[in-house]
Design a protein around this ligand. Structure first.
Ligand code: SAH
Ligand code: SF4
Ligand code: F3S
Length: 444
């Protein structure tokens, strides 16, 4: 398909969640299959792709800052610029109009068209004009079945098992950027699991915006994750992100009993106030959530629970906020991602409610929860002091190359002095924990 030679060099940068990381691996596979090559060095690239996120306004801002810089680059040399992913899908024509330097806009369901669109843009550029290309239709069926992602080497392999989301939480843009929920056939997931094991990955993380609502014929998520965890050579299987509505007993049993399925559940709470949860369209009350936490903890002893919380959603009062603090204190999460509410175009909240909590109040509430959570995380982590933990070795610690870094089954970060002992990423080792902070366990 590509006739301009030598093969064009592509550089891709990824923003946002693991789904985007996984999609970038897919994009690499699709483009390499059509004769494109990749470079890590964006200065050398003929094509620059930004795989973008739209979840909060600061995600958009990051991309606008990149585009401002690239406007200067493009004045100096030929360059094809493509914006992929959720922001492309969310803003569509508006983004193309505002940012004339963009040649290509492709949403999460349009990646099969990317090689052709890039080839046309490059051919046009060679002849001295610009040809813009867009692939922004969402699909009810696209799962990219049959394409083996071009993965970064490492310990963990992401496997996307379902795409899209049908929940329409009122604050969230994902249903508009990623479209309707659809699951991949289990055979194709299992083939991919065997493939990554053969390539030396020892951990798999199953991905989906709503991963536990996976459904394909008789296969539900409990059956799928158990089958993936049976893959020879794989030490650990994780999953993200689940929704609290989809935790049938069979799934909790599978997590509790399968030795390879990690005892960690990321369970987004969003708010502890029933009034706000109702406005958010989360479909559970704080009591439902707490009952689920009890069910999880009684079925899976020593499970790690983490969460997401939004502060300052439309009309959130001090009392509502206090309810969130109460639930946080009660559950005692190992860690929490805490966000300021950011109004998103198209969403139910943008259409129906007023974003009326002042920025400053949102910020103060986030700071309060971060502080509370830091104390809780520290307490939770200190319970490991004096214990042996099993760690999957990942890499050198960020702070010092003399230290190794890995994670427990519950996804807690451990660092230790490597010394003279063998250090092999991807293997399981045991360490004795002698100290702990809010973010890290220290082993020896
Ligand atoms: N599908 C995942 C979450 C995707 S987004 C799930 O349902 O768990 C990750 C987190 O971003 C959400 O859990 C939520 O806490 C936060 N988030 C989503 N939309 C947001 C918004 N408009 N403003 C602030 N935070 C938001
Ligand atoms: Fe967004 Fe809700 Fe879907 Fe998660 S479940 S992606 S928060 S709409
Ligand atoms: Fe962002 Fe899209 Fe992921 S909006 S969080 S990249 S699904």
């Amino acid at each position: 398909m590509i006739n301009s030679s030598p093969s064009p060099l592509v550089h891709i940068e990824t923003f946002g969640c693991q789904m985007n990381e996984s999609d970038s691996e897919l994009v690499r596979a699709l483009l390499k299959g059509e004769g494109f090559s990749f470079t890590q060095d964006r200065e050398r690239a003929d094509v620059l792709l930004l795989n973008t996120c739209a979840i909060r306004e600061n995600a958009h801002q990051k991309i606008y800052a990149q585009l401002a810089e690239l406007t200067e680059w493009k004045k100096q040399r030929p360059l094809v610029i493509g914006v992929l992913g959720c922001m492309a899908q969310n803003l569509k024509g508006e983004l193309a109009e505002q940012e004339p330097l963009i040649d290509i806009l492709v949403g999460p369901d349009g990646y099969r068209r990317l090689p052709t669109l890039l080839a046309h843009a490059l051919a046009a550029q060679e002849q001295g004009f610009a040809q813009r290309g867009f692939a922004l239709d969402l699909s009810e069926y696209e799962t990219y079945e049959g394409i083996l992602p071009d993965r970064d080497q490492g310990v963990n392999a992401w496997i996307t098992v379902m795409r899209g989301c049908d929940n329409f939480c009122s604050f969230c843009v994902v249903p508009y950027t990623r479209g309707r929920e659809r699951s991949r056939p289990p055979e194709s997931v299992l083939t991919e699991a065997r493939d990554v094991a053969a390539r030396g990955f020892t951990q798999i993380t199953l991905l989906g915006q709503n991963v536990n609502s996976y459904r394909y014929g008789d296969w539900d998520f409990a059956r799928l994750i158990s089958a993936v965890a049976d893959t020879p050579g794989i030490h650990r299987v994780r999953f993200t992100s689940p929704h609290p509505k989809d935790f049938p007993p069979a799934l909790l049993q599978a997590i509790a009993t399968h030795p390879k399925i990690c005892k960690h559940i990321h369970l987004p709470l969003q708010s502890g106030s029933d009034r706000i949860l109702e406005l958010m369209g989360r479909t559970y009350s704080s009591a439902d959530y707490l009952a689920l936490v009890d069910r999880i903890r009684s079925t899976i002893p020593n499970v790690t629970l983490t969460t997401d919380i939004i502060c300052g959603f439309c009309s959130e009062s001090d009392d509502d906020f206090w309810e969130t603090q109460r639930v946080m204190e009660q559950v005692q999460f190992e860690s929490a991602y805490i966000f300021k509410y950011s109004e998103r175009k198209h969403t139910i909240a943008a259409r129906k409610y007023r974003d009326d909590v002042p920025e400053q109040t949102k910020g103060a509430r986030v700071a309060t929860l971060v502080e509370i959570q830091r104390g809780i995380s520290r307490e939770r982590n200190r319970r490991y002091i004096g214990k042996q933990v099993e760690i999957l070795v990942e890499r050198d610690a960020t702070k010092s190359p003399t230290q190794g870094m890995g994670r427990t089954d519950g996804n807690l970060t451990v660092v230790w002095e490597k010394g003279s002992e063998p250090f092999t990423p991807g293997t399981l080792i045991t360490k004795y924990i002698f100290d702990a902070s809010a973010a890290t366990l220290y082993g020896k």
